[in-house]
Write a protein that binds this ligand. Structure first.
Ligand code: ATP
Ligand code: MG
Length: 352
C-alpha cells in the first residue's frame, strides 16, 4: 500500500463546537509520548447542530491554532458526531467474505439508514461470528456527505490534509483501549460530554454493544447562565471555569448549573436504561466520563448518585508519557477534554 509514503504520526484534530483540540503522539518502542497538545476556543455558532455553519471562519480558527501550537504536520485525523448526521448500527448478516460484503453493503445498509443511500458515506467493520449459526455481526457507520463536507472543506481551507475521518463514539473507545485494561467480564459505559453533543458508547465485555449521540451538552449550562443572569457567553464560560463574575455569587451560579446537570443526567440515564431494557442487556458496572462537561462542578457526583454507579473521569494520558516540557498539572486538569483528540492521534493510516 501507499502507507509507507505517509509519515507515521498524524495530527489528531478534534473540532468541537466550543473549542479545537490538537494532539500529536510520538510512537516509542513501547507505548506513546505526547508530542503536542493545544486548545483554542472558537466563536460560538461557528458549528451548530454538529454541522459547520461557516467553513471559512472555522478555517481561520484552525489556522490560528496551527500558528499557536506550531503545528508542522499536514496530515490530520478528524471525527464527526451527532445523531442527525451519523448513524451507527450493529447488524447481523448471513456469513459472507469481506469481498462479498463489500459488494453488498450498500444494499444491506439501505434499510438501516434513514437518509438516501447516495447521500451518505458508508463504512463497516466485521465484528465476528454472531450468536446465531451462520451469521456475522457487523458494525455499520453512515455519515451524511453534506455534513462531512462542511468539516473537510474547513480543514482543507486551513491547509491541512484530512487522511482519516472517524466518529466520536469509536474514537472514545480507541482512546479507552490504549489507556485502560478492558475487563472482559465487565460492562462499562464511555461518556463524552461536549458543549453541544453527548456521546455514549457501552462496551460489553470490551466490545461496543450500543452507541448513542444526543444533542444535549454543557452548552446548556452556558445558555442557562447567560439567560438567568443576562450575561454574555464569555462571562458564563468564566463562571463555569470557577471564576467569579461581579454581581453573581457562586451559590446562585451553582443553583443554575445544578438544574441543568439534572437534565443532562436524566438524558444519560434514559439512554442507559434503554440499553438495559434491550435483549442483549447486561448490567453496566461503571461509567467513564470525558469531555469538558465532565468538569462542571458537581456533575460527576450527581451522575454517580442518580445512576447508582461509580463514575471515573477519563484520563486519555494515563498510558502516555508526558515529557518535562509540558506543564503536567495543566495536562492533568484538562485531561478529560482531550479524550477525543487523543483517540484521533492514536490512529495510523491503514490501521483497520
Ligand atoms: N474547567 C471547566 N469547568 C467547567 N466546564 C468546563 C471546563 N472546561 C470546559 N468546560 C465546558 O466544557 C464545554 C466544552 O467541552 P468540550 O471541549 O468537550 O466540547 P466541544 O468538543 O467543544 O463540543 P462538542 O464536541 O459538543 O461540539 C464547554 O461548554 C465549557 O464551558
Ligand atoms: Mg467534542
Amino acid at each position: 500500500m501507499l502507507d509507507l509514503l505517509w509519515p507515521k504520526s498524524l495530527l489528531g484534530l478534534d473540532i468541537g463546537s466550543s473549542s479545537l483540540k490538537a494532539v500529536q503522539l510520538k510512537e516509542l518502542k513501547a507505548g506513546f509520548e505526547l508530542e503536542l497538545f493545544d486548545q483554542l476556543q472558537i466563536p460560538p455558532n461557528l458549528i451548530t447542530d454538529n454541522t459547520v455553519a461557516d467553513s471559512q471562519k472555522l478555517a481561520e480558527s484552525i489556522k490560528e491554532l496551527i500558528k499557536k501550537a506550531k503545528i508542522k504536520t499536514k496530515n490530520v485525523v478528524i471525527s464527526v458526531s451527532g445523531h442527525s448526521s451519523v448513524i451507527i448500527k450493529r447488524i447481523t448478516l448471513p456469513d459472507m467474505t469481506e469481498e462479498v460484503l463489500n459488494e453488498n453493503i450498500r444494499y444491506e445498509a439501505e434499510q438501516y439508514v434513514p437518509f438516501g443511500i447516495d447521500d451518505v458515506n458508508l463504512d463497516y467493520q466485521i465484528l465476528g461470528a454472531a450468536e446465531e449459526q451462520g451469521q456475522i455481526d457487523v458494525i455499520l457507520v453512515a455519515v451524511k456527505k453534506d455534513v462531512l463536507n462542511t468539516y473537510l472543506s474547513a480543514v482543507k481551507e486551513a491547509g491541512l490534509n484530512p487522511v482519516i475521518v472517524d466518529v466520536d463514539a469509536f474514537t472514545l473507545e480507541n482512546m479507552y483501549e490504549a489507556n485502560y485494561q478492558a475487563e472482559e467480564s465487565k460492562s462499562i459505559a464511555l461518556l463524552n460530554i461536549g458543549a453541544s453533543n453527548t456521546t455514549i458508547n457501552i462496551l460489553k465485555k470490551g466490545i461496543s454493544a450500543f452507541t448513542r449521540d444526543s444533542s444535549i451538552g454543557s452548552k446548556n449550562h452556558t445558555e442557562a447562565l447567560m439567560s438567568e443572569f443576562s450575561i454574555p457567553y464569555e462571562a458564563a464560560q468564566q463562571i463555569k471555569a470557577g471564576m467569579t463574575v461581579s454581581g453573581i455569587t457562586p451559590e446562585k451560579a451553582e443553583l443554575v448549573l445544578t438544574g441543568v446537570s439534572e437534565e443532562i443526567v436524566m438524558e444519560i440515564n434514559h439512554s442507559l436504561e434503554f440499553f438495559s431494557d434491550s435483549p442483549e442487556m447486561e448490567p453496566i458496572e461503571e461509567l467513564m466520563l470525558g469531555g469538558g462537561g465532565a468538569l462542571v462542578k458537581g456533575f460527576k457526583e450527581m451522575l454517580s448518585e442518580r445512576t447508582g454507579l461509580p463514575v471515573t473521569l477519563l484520563n486519555p494520558f494515563k498510558n502516555i508519557k508526558i515529557p518535562k516540557s509540558f506543564d503536567a498539572g495543566y495536562i492533568e486538569s484538562i485531561a478529560p477534554i482531550a479524550a477525543i483528540a487523543v483517540g484521533l492521534a492514536l490512529r495510523r493510516i491503514g490501521d483497520r
